[in-house]
Ligand binder design. Sequence first.
Ligand SMILES: Nc1nc2c(c(=O)[nH]1)N(C=O)[C@@H](CNc1ccc(C(=O)N[C@@H](CCC(=O)O)C(=O)O)cc1)CN2
Ligand SMILES: Nc1nc2c(ncn2[C@@H]2O[C@H](COP(=O)(O)OP(=O)(O)OP(=O)(O)O)[C@@H](O)[C@H]2O)c(=O)[nH]1
Ligand SMILES: [Mg+2]
Length: 461
Amino acid sequence: MLLVADTIAAIGTALGQSGIAIVRVSGPDSLKTVDKYFISPKKNKVTKMDKNTINYGHFHDENGEVIDEVLVSVFKAPFSYTGEDVVEINCHGGQIPIKKILTKVLESGIRLAEPGEFTKRAFLNGKLDLSQAEAVMDLISAKTDLSHDMANKQAAGNLSTEVKKVRDKILEVLANIEATIDYPDEQFDSMSVEQMVSKLSEVEGRIQNLLKTATTGKLVREGIKTVIIGEPNVGKSSLLNALTKENRAIVTDIPGTTRDVLQENINVKGVPLVVLDTAGIRETSDKVEKIGVKRTKEYINTSDLVLYVIDGSQNWSKENDLILELIKTKPRIVIINKSDLPQSVDIEIVKGKVDCDVLAISAEKSKGITQLEDRILGLFEVGNIKDSSHEVTISNIRHEMALKDAKSSLEDSINALKCENPVDIVSIDIKDAWQSLGKITGESLSQNLIDEIFSRFCLGK
Ligand SMILES: Nc1nc2c(c(=O)[nH]1)N(C=O)[C@@H](CNc1ccc(C(=O)N[C@@H](CCC(=O)O)C(=O)O)cc1)CN2
Ligand SMILES: Nc1nc2c(ncn2[C@@H]2O[C@H](COP(=O)(O)OP(=O)(O)OP(=O)(O)O)[C@@H](O)[C@H]2O)c(=O)[nH]1
Ligand SMILES: [Mg+2]
């Protein structure tokens, strides 16, 4: 069923300079609006163009001045990404043509799309379910092959299919209960309590299998937020460079080199790491450096992992103990750097002091980096991530919560059945499980929540 909606437009490509860019228009007025500005050599009207065609011409302003040489792609409802009439204007990828074309389209009374609104319309028109729409967003933000592969499978509907199968099984039991309640005297092939328990247990097992993939799945999708901290000059920026295998951060022998936080994405065996290199922590009177140190402390709080770097060639300081205290509740690894130099720090003593991994490395000589990567993955229990890449992976906390709710309702219903509670009471729990699962695909989710989910998407998507 197509919903009656207004017409929206947005730039579908990244802002900035590029070969080509796309202005996307979707809704009932899209063809006739673009037609006002488009002239093809054969004077073909956009409204008369065949569906699924790409057409050459020029985009003009109302005075007939050429704005750009373009290609327009025409899709006709319901055969488009959104399910509505869609026109895409492929123009040259400069700021000016993009801006001018979008402005003309918007001047014709078409509204600028909200973030995620094209995909939201695809969802509302039944082109995608909610988990597939969320996967479209994941496809865009994926930073490693593994996270991309996971998003691709979800976009293809692997999760939706499993959820639908499981929901159907629940529905069979529910239908059976409803029938016994509505027609108590009729003879039909009703399920026994044992059969219901067995069916629901099977469903619970399948949900549990999905839940098992969630820890790894979330890490692969979201990445591990990692912050490198330590005193000035210990080699934090050198470690970032060793991890990225590029010279991204400025390294000098002057303490206090890094002032602002630097962020890099790193791929550790398919797991994305978002690594922050921070300003060295120390008492300082320098105004700029002070702000850096304050930020470092804030980043520690919001990170998933702290890499605490110590210079092994220097004597152990009381600051080291203070910093260890500061991070003691965080997942952390203590890194004794500059292992290529004569050591003043005794690693065995440090190991005795802390209850976390302690590792000697040389950031400058790239020694111990692979071991560090293994320890990081070990800490998050994603050692053999490739072996555990499933056809269906739970990567989104929203899905995980819905599955947990469904599982708990199923457990309640199974226990109630075993205790011979009346089936009409049991059916409430079974219905709850069915509803919870429907939240994943968006079938049982309130409009507000749906709006909230799409608002997190990019503009033009
Ligand atoms: N230019 C452009 N590139 C793009 C997109 C887009 O919207 N525009 N996409 C958007 O993210 C992705 C492709 N996804 C799309 C999905 C469905 C349809 C579509 O027209 N579907 C119709 C017809 C299918 C058919 O011909 O068999 C349909 O489902 O009815 C188009 C693009 C990636 N590349
Ligand atoms: N010998 C040796 N020197 C290193 C090693 N790692 C870093 N250095 C040197 O230590 C100095 C400081 O390195 P940086 O990476 O800038 O240290 P930092 O912790 O980022 O310093 P700030 O940004 O000032 O807090 C530079 O001269 C590096 O060349 C190492 O593994 N071995
Ligand atoms: Mg630095």
